[in-house]
Design a protein around this ligand. Structure first.
Ligand code: GAL
Length: 903
């Protein structure tokens, strides 16, 4: 629900993208699968290793280590995910013949930086400037490259000697190599995947153990890691231990890594059959006879707590030989299940299965493992996607993994805020472009009722860049793919796996199709319940490549690429709209737009003249300004291969079989600042990097939430230099008719034609005052909006997205600053310098304003407003409850202040 606050209405009237949402806190899964943090005494203990890390980074490879040199020791870590035992890797019998001083227990790291994990070493900057920067705009101009070392002590109790002890890393960028007490344990090269290492063989019980982790981001090591002179489609990878790291202590006989798999069948509102597979690993040196029990409880999504028990699986017994793993399967029936559903027409409901391993006559519990899951049906077909039998149109966005000013360092509240803003917009689906997401993001998506296309790779055997994943694809693709599917397959929100994005194999017909088929087969073996896809920007309906997939996912091709006159002068391939041709070739398959639009804009910036077309590429005479590095927010301009939202909608609506789309992108992201490489972040988001909606937000909202009574006018109406000049006025609304008034005088009625998505009065001549629109639906007034000419900036107004936050050192408050005039109206051109101060129980983490060209470092206390707005991100100090006062001041402006509480 939209909050109908005066503030929001005022902002909307001014045509500005500030948004206040009703914040109903989601209790985020602090309990990730298998990590029953709240119940540590039942056999399994999971400890978050977040504090006390020592960190050191160098752009040079000073230790001289390479992955290739040590890969014989790293590859065996893949074995658990390689099904054919003859393909397993053997660890060499002797230790590597190298001295690694940073891994040595005795190494003095006292002058290294102390950091908290998740940590992204690059996000604090500074931004590189200039055309010959080592890292250009493509990767966000931030220092991601080089080698980073993390060291931390782990204390293991005497009593832990008989336990299995694992290090679980949710994501480390990249080429992780891990030592314990100077001994090489192994590692995992793909920086987006989660992995586990067994610490047990090298642990010294009752003592401090020294962990050392080396990460390496070589230049050109991924599509997201290329130098400026190779500027092309790139994004920001981040660097370091950018997701959570855990220590798991458990009995030597335990539920294996991602060791439960729950599927459902015969689902109806009266009952559902649950099938459970549990794999039990025995690392003890004797045989174990185990009884497995699993009870199913309702999961209370409000509190995050376990609710009433609703079913039990029959107890099972297994005998597991030393060093072996045994799978056990059972089924049960749930009566009157509450189905997991997709927002908005359905609601998410979830369950939690608690599996216990018992031994001996007294039935002692030696392990407890929690699995969250949902009961629902997905039925993908050429008619679209049915969820629980109801047709749900995919209203999706692509999301890159960075969290704006926080970089790649994962934070639950930051991700939740993004999803709240997207949900208000009407988004119901997320594509995790193009990599495995943080596990907690999937928990949020489950709990908030989003659909997910969970994607793993951006390249296979064929390179996009010289040192990208293709180098390790032959040895790692099976392990990466299987571990990813096993990790994520219990999430009810995932309706489809994607094994690739725009891969080079599209071009090689039989060879590429064989690679695709191999990946699809691995997925089907690991999860037979979901369809597999890969996004195609080149493969055509008559080629073999698309035959490998269950779902047809098209990047830009559905609506056509450079197929209309404004794009005809551009180099590059021209593709006619292909939805229909793909549907004819694959009449049974679901077809979706996995990347659509790539429309570009800078929030609140309007550039004249305005094209009369519905979609146009950008140059200095068409929607762009290469000096200020801004793109017009009339929302008509696109990447050279892209389409505006209007053209995209018109390309989909004639075909009822199109299941929906994923817009490129929901939020702006770091890197890929097409069309201005000298900038830091993208222009493609419907929402800017700071989380402020652009005008396009209201265009998508009028389509995706047509019942919302809204009308949104653009541009703002404060143009002292445009007196007497043509200044087009466009209105986004789900209404079918509208009348525009300038200073009380009607500028005429417009009716919305079929396949047109905005009201546009292109000949309005600017005069200060007031623009007002009255929209109608089915002959009745639908929504009205007004935009006024505002006065000079006088004050700063602060609003917090949460009035209280947890004093846990993780929760965040997002503080919006508006530069306002004497009547409290946002000044749309305002770019005042603002200085932030945070006092009391909190600290400033970062500031931003959503300007892709602003190269002020994110942790800065000073930030210019951009189009009237700025943002501060504030964190409470750990264990220090109390008030936090955030102040923003600027020359000749009345200081703004807001107080929140840390609880
Ligand atoms: C696509 C690509 C995305 C992103 C996008 C930019 O071709 O799959 O990763 O680069 O272009 O618009």
């Amino acid at each position: 629900m939209l909050a109908q606050s005066g503030l929001e209405n005022a902002a909307r009237l001014l045509g500005l993208g500030f948004l206040v949402l009703n914040h109903s806190p989601i209790v985020v899964a602090r309990v990730v699968e298998g990590r029953n943090l709240e119940t540590p005494t039942n056999g399994r203990q999971v400890i978050k290793l977040d504090t006390d890390w020592r960190f050191w980074h160098s752009f040079e490879n000073l230790d001289g280590i390479t992955y290739d040199q040590l890969k014989a020791y790293i590859l065996p870590c893949a074995n658990d995910f390689i099904t054919n035992p003859s393909d397993h890797y053997q660890r060499p019998s002797s230790e590597p013949n190298i001295t690694v001083q940073y891994a040595d227990k005795k190494f003095d790291d006292s002058n290294w930086e102390t950091v908290k994990v998740p940590h992204d070493w690059a996000i604090k900057g500074p931004f590189y400037v200039g055309a010959d920067a080592p890292v250009g705009g493509g990767m966000g101009r931030l220092p991601v490259q080089g080698v980073g070392w993390y060291r931390r002590k782990i204390t293991v109790e005497q009593g832990d000697t008989d336990k299995a002890i694992y290090l679980d890393i949710d994501g480390a960028m990249s080429y992780a190599i891990v030592w314990l007490n100077g001994k090489l344990l192994g590692g995992w090269p793909y920086g987006y995947n989660s992995f586990r290492l067994d610490l047990t063989p090298y642990l010294l019980a009752g003592k401090d153990n020294q962990l050392a982790i080396r990460l390496d981001n070589p230049m050109q090591s991924s599509r997201w890691n290329i130098p400026t002179n190779m500027f092309q489609c790139t994004q920001y990878p981040g660097g370091g231990l950018y997701r959570n790291v855990w220590l798991t202590k458990v009995d030597k006989t335990h539920v294996g890594q991602s060791g439960t798999y729950i599927t459902t069948e015969e689902v109806s509102s009266s009952s559902a059959t649950l099938n459970l597979a549990v794999s039990v690993d025995n690392k003890a040196n004797f045989k174990r006879d185990i009884h497995i029990s699993t009870d199913v409880f309702k999961l209370n999504l409000e509190t995050g707590k376990t609710g009433p028990k609703i079913a039990s699986f029959p107890r099972a017994s297994v005998s597991v030989l030393p060093g072996q793993s045994v799978d056990s399967s059972s089924s049960t029936i749930v009566q009157n299940p509450q189905l997991w559903g997709v927002w908005t027409s359905q609601q998410p409901s979830m369950y939690i299965a608690i599996t216990k391993l018992h031994v001996g006559a007294d039935d002692q519990v030696i392990d407890t493992y929690e699995t969250r899951f949902g009961i629902r049906t997905f039925d993908p077909s050429s008619k679209g996607l049915l969820v629980n039998g109801e047709h749900v149109r995919i209203q999706g966005v692509n999301q890159h993994h960075d969290l704006g000013a926080l970089g790649a360092a994962f934070n639950v509240r930051a991700a939740e805020r993004q999803l709240e803003i997207l949900r208000d917009l009407g988004v119901n689906a997320i594509r995790t472009s193009h990599n495995p997401p943080a596990p907690e993001l999937l928990d949020l998506l489950d709990q908030m009722g989003f659909l997910v296309m969970d994607e793993i790779f951006d390249s296979w055997e064929i390179q996009k860049n010289p040192n990208d994943f293709h180098l390790i694809f032959p040895e790692w693709h099976e392990a990466d793919l299987r571990s990813f599917i096993r990790r994520d397959r219990n999430h009810p929100s995932i309706y489809s796996w994607s094994v690739g994005n725009e891969v080079g194999e599209q071009f090689t017909e039989a060879d590429g199709t064989a690679v695709a088929q191999g990946l699809v087969d691995i997925v089907h073996e690991t999860d037979p319940t979901r369809p597999v896809t890969a996004s195609m920007n080149y493969a055509k309906p008559n080629m073999t490549f698309p035959t490998a997939f269950d779902i047809i996912s098209l990047n830009y091709q559905g609506e056509g690429i450079r197929d209309t006159p404004p794009y005809s002068h551009l180099p590059g391939i021209t593709t006619p709209p292909l939805y229909s041709a793909f549907h004819s070739a694959f009449p049974e398959k679901l077809i979706e737009g996995s990347e659509t639009a790539s429309a570009l804009s800078s929030r609140g910036t309007y550039i004249f003249p305005v094209t009369g077309e519905i979609s146009a590429p950008i140059n200095d005479t068409s929607g762009g300004n290469s000096t200020t590095m801004q793109v017009s927010a009339y929302e008509l301009y696109t990447a050279n291969f892209g389409s505006s939202a209007d053209k995209t909608f018109a390309g989909q609506d004639p075909y009822s079989f199109v299941a929906g789309e994923y817009v490129w992108t929901g939020f702006d992201y770091l890197g890929e600042p097409t069309p201005y490489d000298a900038a830091r972040s993208s222009y493609s988001g419907i929402v800017d990097l700071a989380g402020f909606p652009k005008d396009r937000y209201y265009l998508y909202q009028s389509r995706w939430r047509p019942d919302l009574r809204t009308a949104h006018i653009l541009p703002h109406w404060t143009w002292p230099d445009r007196l007497g000049k043509v200044t087009p006025v466009h209105v986004f609304s789900s209404a079918d008719k509208a009348e525009l008034f300038l200073n009380g005088k009607s500028q005429g009625y417009l009716a919305r034609e079929k396949y047109s998505y905005r009201f546009r009065w292109d000949n309005i001549v600017y005069a200060p005052g007031e623009v007002h629109v009255v929209t109608y639906k089915n002959g009745k007034v639908w929504a009205k909006a007004t935009v006024e000419t505002v006065g000079n900036a006088t004050s700063l107004r602060l609003t917090a997205d949460q009035s209280s936050i947890s004093a846990d050192g993780e929760d965040l408050a997002y503080i919006t600053v508006e530069v306002i005039d004497s009547k409290g109206r946002v000044v749309p051109h305002a770019s005042n310098n603002i200085t932030f101060d945070v006092a009391g129980a909190g600290e400033l983490v970062a500031t931003d304003n959503g300007d892709p060209a602003d190269l002020t470092v994110f942790p800065s206390k000073q930030r210019k407003a951009y189009s009237g707005l700025a943002l501060a991100i504030v964190r409470a100090k750990t264990g220090e409850p109390g008030p936090i006062t955030i102040t923003a001041s600027g020359a000749n402006l009345k200081t703004g202040r807001v107080v929140i509480k840390a609880l």
